[in-house]
Ligand binder design. Structure first.
Ligand code: FAD
Length: 473
């Protein structure tokens, strides 16, 4: 079938060609296709590192699209207005996109869909960002899951559907609408000196994501379960960075993990369980959108968290004097990501030893992470803080010193990121000082700071605050 009016393909966090349900459906219409990426206010609101990293992804994807005889048109402005203008310019029959599940995207996409439908235009959304869409996983009573283990049991044997092949070509329109130039968007403007440092740690785009998956399955999946907690080791997949921008589909990872599991790879099932935590986070965000902005459990609203404060600023700068905590925060500043165990430790330290609201930490992660994911970030912070669904109880306070002894026994991770702890600091430790704003006035030759809080006193203060809050938890 060939129809004259083109279709607009509105790409957002689905910057790949393989296993892309919307792309497959669009090609099947036989229409000419106009791929578009829109820098709308929702996207502009993304934190500094994630916005910069998104630009790398868009650039890579534009090249892949060009390889199929097509183009990625770039436009800026509110998505509804931009799409209206493009439809007027091209005579397009409508728009297709892949669904997102955070409140801002849902509000935007719902309005776009209603407006297009009211004009009798095509307005089609497709799955692909998660394994199982949030409304398709229900408890026996027909509600949503608040606890992970039953969620895992409900999905682990479900068919995820076969992964779709990439299209061989995309039929171009007879005339191309004008496009912005990516560099004119200045997506890295808030990264300052950091971009050059963080860039060395990114694996951008679909090809790099596939290589990461293959390498992980060939080298690391076997002892994933035991090794994944040791931050100095290269034991995890690091695919969170690619999943965030849709450079690889979770379904492709799922099938590859399942194959490894059936072939007897010891850690494969555990890896799949972690992947399903990501789905669970989106499940929670869809059903309880307040998870990103307010205590998930309402009875926590009376907990005496401190708002932003000077101790939290030392935390942000990796200058708390608690080496495991500081190494982790510096790792994030240098690489754009942080090891999962380290995320739990810095979150516990901020919300318990420093008695500071989890929102302060969530916001800093949103600024610094290149794998920032609104759902996993919110779930992770509230899980550690104790205010979230299926959360660790507040009184379970990680001791960063004993965690370091257990998970960084030879101090490799701490030395890798803390220049002040070594006479001959390595490149990552020094890179931190190249990346931070000059205004912070940090110097690798300075003495490592004294602890901002005594661990025993911080723990006692947290427990006292918890005890005073009757009704909490
Ligand atoms: P692997 O161990 O290889 O796991 C494979 C995949 O499973 C990951 O890529 C990820 O998609 C998923 N996954 C693994 N662990 C988790 C988890 N605990 N929760 C949800 N999904 C998981 N993850 C993000 O992607 N973005 C965030 O912004 C984010 N913020 C976090 C904040 C806090 C306070 C905490 C405790 C965790 C956060 N996580 C976040 C979850 C987790 O730390 C990362 O997904 C993980 O470190 C990514 O490394 P990896 O890709 O090597 O994971």
């Amino acid at each position: 079938m060939m129809t004259d009016a083109p279709l607009i393909l509105w790409f957002r966090r689905d910057l790949r060609l393989a296993d892309h349900p919307m792309l497959t459906a669009a090609v099947a219409t036989g229409r000419s296709l106009i791929p578009v990426f829109i820098l709308d206010p929702e996207t502009e609101a993304t934190g500094a590192a994630a916005r910069w990293r998104l630009g790398l992804s868009v650039d890579d994807f534009a090249q892949r699209i060009a390889g199929l005889g097509s183009r990625l048109v770039l436009r800026r402005g509110p998505a509804g207005d931009v799409l209206d203008r493009l439809i007027a310019e091209t005579g397009a029959a409508g728009v297709m996109w892949s669904r997102l599940y955070d409140p801002a995207s849902r509000a935007r996409d719902g309005a776009v869909k209603a407006a297009l439908k009211a004009r009798g235009l095509i307005a089609e959304s497709h799955p692909g960002h998660v394994l199982f869409e949030p409304w398709t996983v229900e408890t026996g009573q027909g509600g949503f899951y608040r606890v992970y283990t039953p969620f895992w049991k409900a999905v682990k044997d479900r068919a995820a559907g076969a992964a779709l092949p990439p299209p061989a070509a995309l039929r171009p329109p007879t005339a191309w609408p004008a496009s912005d130039r990516l560099q004119d968007w200045h997506l890295g403007r808030d990264m300052h000196r950091g971009a050059a440092v963080v860039a060395q740690h990114q694996a951008v785009g679909e090809v790099a994501a596939r290589a990461r998956l293959d390498r992980f399955l060939a080298q690391s999946v076997g002892d994933y379960r035991e090794a994944r907690d040791f931050p100095a080791r290269e034991a995890t997949s690091r695919l969170s960075e690619n999943l965030t921008y849709g450079e690889i589909s979770p379904r492709l990872i799922w099938h590859a993990g399942m194959r490894a599991h059936h072939e007897g790879a010891a850690g494969a099932e555990h890896f799949l369980k972690e992947l399903v935590w990501r789905d669970f986070a989106w499940h929670l965000m869809y059903h309880t959108p307040h998870i990103a902005t307010a205590n998930w459990r309402e009875d926590w609203s009376r907990f005496p968290w401190r708002d932003d404060n000077p101790d939290a600023e030392r935390w942000r700068r990796g200058m708390t004097g608690e080496p495991f905590v500081d190494a982790a925060l510096r790792e994030m500043y240098v690489t754009g990501t942080m090891h999962n165990r380290a995320r739990m430790i810095v979150a516990s330290y901020l919300t318990k030893h420093l008695l500071t609201h989890w929102k302060v930490g969530l916001d800093w992660f949103a600024q610094c992470l290149t794998d920032w994911d609104p759902a996993s970030n919110a779930m992770g912070w509230q899980w550690v803080a104790g205010s979230g669904p299926d959360a660790a109880p507040y009184f379970r306070i990680f001791n960063p010193a004993s965690q370091a002894e257990k998970f960084d026994p030879d101090g490799q991770y701490r030395r890798r990121y803390i220049a002040e702890m070594s006479r001959t600091p390595g490149p990552e430790a020094l890179a931190y000082f190249d990346a931070v704003p000059i205004s912070w006035g940090l110097d690798p030759a300075a003495r490592y700071p004294r602890p901002v809080v005594d661990l025993a006193q911080g723990r006692a203060r947290a427990l006292a605050a918890y005890a005073r809050r009757d009704g909490v938890d």
